[in-house]
Design a protein around this ligand. Structure first.
Ligand SMILES: *Cc1c(COP(=O)(O)O)cnc(C)c1O
Length: 226
């Protein structure tokens, strides 16, 4: 199927899952992850009506931004960010999904020319290969982010383990949601934290059922894997 057909099918599927789950489709932002593909294919994604694009490397993001798109694009950065790359990146994006260190927060605060909407990344599954805070570190970490006036915590982000066991995936998403509720209950002005950035090509159905507000979907849209 073409990118456009993939997006039509995906939107239909999201709509159906929302309906079954008793959720409104407009609570969910579909973010297309274009890290695997060229500028031309990224244009196809935007032309097919997806306004949110994500990259996980600075170079990839800047490359994708060298051209004009026929529709306005909201840019998301979903990768691990090194301090020395903050300067070149932070004013190019609308959302940063992988905040997990105070050193990065400090650098963002120094370099950002406007408020940056950030998701705090949590390693719910505890896998050694994954970035993110331990769940028990999250409240204190976000409390400390008060000191940085350019950082707005709009939500939490996680990646579920790569497994066919739905119960494991579901429990990871449920834990992130519970943690999100805990942060929201603090009613911190710098951290409204309404968002849940979770759900990728393999597990977005479960993520929607468990309350995802931002889906990050790559391979299913562009027919490619990393
Ligand atoms: C690559 C990537 C995705 C998209 O994964 P797919 O399985 O291709 O949908 C989502 N989130 C992050 C952080 C990624 O690096």
């Amino acid at each position: 199927m073409s990118i456009e057909e993939n997006i039509i099918a995906l939107n239909q599927e999201i709509k159906e899952i929302c309906k079954k789950a008793g959720r409104a489709k407009d609570e969910i932002t579909l973010i297309a992850v274009t890290k695997y593909v060229t500028i031309e294919r990224t244009k196809e994604v935007v032309n097919a009506g997806v306004a949110d694009i994500a990259e996980n490397r600075l170079e990839g993001l800047l490359e994708k931004q060298t051209v004009h798109y026929d529709h306005p694009v909201t840019w998301h950065f979903i990768g691990n960010l090194q301090s020395r790359k903050v300067k070149g990146l932070i004013n190019q994006i609308d959302y940063f999904h992988a905040l997990d260190r105070i050193s990065i927060a400090k650098e963002i605060n120094k370099r950002a020319e406007k408020e940056i909407k950030c998701f705090v990344q949590v390693n719910v599954s505890g896998e050694a290969t994954k970035n993110g805070l331990k769940p028990e570190e999250v409240i204190q970490f976000i409390d400390e982010l008060k000191a940085f006036n350019k950082i707005k915590v709009v939500g939490l982000m996680t990646m579920a383990p790569h497994t066919r066991d739905e119960a494991i995936i579901r429990s990871v998403f449920q834990k992130l949601r519970a943690l999100r509720d805990e942060v929201m209950n603090q009613q911190w002005e710098h951290a409204p934290c309404q968002g849940l950035s979770m759900g990728m090509s393999n597990d977005y159905q479960i993520a929607i059922e468990e309350g995802a507000t931002h889906l990050r979907i790559g391979s299913l849209i562009v027919n490619e894997e990393g």
